[in-house]
Design a protein around this ligand. Structure first.
Ligand SMILES: Cc1cc2nc3c(=O)[nH]c(=O)nc-3n(C[C@H](O)[C@H](O)[C@H](O)COP(=O)(O)OP(=O)(O)OC[C@H]3O[C@@H](n4cnc5c(N)ncnc54)[C@H](O)[C@@H]3O)c2cc1C
Length: 430
């Protein structure tokens, strides 16, 4: 019987260490004016580097990587449990060397990069000496990459890139961008685009503006313009026309990590909700005594628990099959459920805190916006619903019967036929 929900004690010890370390040392970083991707800021050297050194000492640095790249080669279940803890803090992924989009970018350079590309970009990225951005979505539409128009044309021994990209996260801190551009406009639809490594100081790379998510200060979502950006031919990443195949490599495990980080955020919201419920009183006692409040808390716990099990089960399937194609529908389902569950729990927590809940002194507004982000970034919910439904429907054949074979009438006919002899004997004897 190999169905087991236990965490092995040695790994649980590591999780316990992470839990305390994130709470005591990392979460406080979220409350000061320093951004987790501002790696060249002198304050980063003072505050974040010592914590990263501690994580390395514990053997927990960049655990998503295989041992060949200095990681532990942990499977997705272990990584999922770790990300549940990391999800509580904006800084934690950077402190543990597993911050998106650098993780995905490192993954594809490791997989498709040349030796020279790896030497120049991969190692400093893995060491978090530099950060990177992924420049794929365009202002005219991000959900359907077949509509992208940014062009890359070969001119002698250089590629020349022209076009605009939208929401290239962290472009303002990045050393280089991975840009997806149309290199072969006449090729088959899924082989028209290639990926390029574009150093940010290349002439013609411009950040038109840094868009913010929600309200507040200047953000870090780069609206990019590429004007006659010339990069040497060897800055092509992977095969010419291979952008789609490469981007699939990028998204597999990352979605599970995001989902478990969302579980971490959901747990935090639920925790604060319960704390408030037992602390805030009306004239007849604490909020926790009200049935309506109890129902909200119970529902939030159930939603979170259902989602957590679904994510961990998907992680387990990935570890078992070691082939993302076999788990496509499960990953799509996780991606669809994630914004809903997060939205539902964060909204309940916000509501239960009343005016304080909508204030900028609580995390809930950010969480609610975050739940919308989860349903948009990395493809909108509808696209993943479509993937899931198509995967499910592949197992069904159409029938020409006017009344389906599974109608109760037909099933009854079948049953009568199956038991005809016994029923006849029974009737005779009666
Ligand atoms: C916080 C954040 C960070 C991001 N980071 C990056 C990044 O680093 N790099 C990058 O390249 N991109 C990034 N993105 C962009 C992201 O990939 C796109 O926003 C996403 O693919 C959706 O594209 P869009 O915003 O243009 O929406 P659209 O494509 O315009 O879609 C808008 C809406 O239309 C509907 N819709 C679209 N297509 C379908 C369909 N097939 N079926 C049914 N309904 C549909 C959905 O309701 C969808 O929400 C980021 C986005 C966010 C919010």
């Amino acid at each position: 019987m190999a169905w087991d929900f236990e965490t092995e004690p040695e790994f649980q010890e590591k999780l316990d260490w992470m839990d305390a370390f994130v709470r005591d040392e990392v979460e406080p970083l979220d409350r000061i004016r320093l951004h987790p991707y501002d790696v060249k800021n002198p304050l980063y050297a003072k505050l974040v580097r010592p914590l990263q050194a501690e994580v390395k000492k514990q053997g927990l640095w960049a655990c998503h990587l295989g041992p060949d790249l200095g990681g532990q080669g942990y499977g997705q279940v272990k990584l999922g449990l770790m990300n549940e803890i990391l999800g509580r803090s904006h800084f934690a992924p950077s402190v543990f060397g597993c911050q998106a989009p650098d993780t995905g970018n490192a993954e594809i350079i490791a997989h498709y990069g040349t030796a020279a590309q790896k030497a120049k970009y991969l190692q400093p990225l893995l060491n978090n000496e530099i950060v990177s951005a992924f420049s794929m979505s365009e202002p005219t539409g991000g959900a359907d990459p077949l509509t992208f128009t940014t062009r890359a044309e070969l001119d002698g021994d250089h590629w020349v890139i022209n076009g605009e990209k939208w929401f290239s996260t962290n472009a303002k801190w990045a050393e280089f961008l991975i840009v997806m551009a149309v290199s072969d406009p006449d090729g088959p639809p899924y082989q028209r685009m290639s990926m390029f490594i574009v150093p940010c100081d290349t002439p013609g790379v411009e950040i038109v503006r840094n868009v913010g998510v929600g309200y507040g200060d200047e953000g870090s979502e780069g609206y990019m313009r590429y004007t006659n950006v010339r990069v040497p031919a060897d800055h092509l990443l992977g095969e010419r026309g291979g952008a789609f195949a490469i981007s699939q490599t990028r998204l597999g495990g990352g979605r599970i990590h995001h989902a478990m980080r969302t579980v971490g955020q959901g747990k935090r919201a639920l925790d604060l909700m319960c704390q408030r419920a037992v602390s805030r009183t009306t004239r007849d006692g604490p909020l926790s005594g009200k049935q309506a409040v109890q129902m909200m808390i119970a529902d939030a716990w159930i939603e979170l628990q259902q989602f957590r099990l679904m994510v961990l089960h998907t992680a387990w399937l990935i570890d078992k099959h070691r082939d993302y194609r076999k788990v496509r529908k499960d990953i799509a389902a996780v991606k669809v459920a994630m914004p809903r569950v997060y939205h539902s729990i964060a909204s309940k927590a916000l509501h239960l805190h009343g005016a304080l809940g909508v204030s900028n002194e609580m995390p809930f507004v950010g969480q609610v916006i975050g739940s919308f982000v989860m349903g948009i970034a990395d493809g909108p919910t509808e696209v993943h619903q479509e993937t899931l439904a198509k995967q499910l429907l592949r197992h069904y054949q159409p029938s020409n019967d006017l009344f389906p074979a599974y109608s109760l009438l037909n099933r009854r006919e079948e049953a009568l036929e199956k038991f005809a002899e016994i029923l006849a004997e029974h009737e005779e004897a009666a």
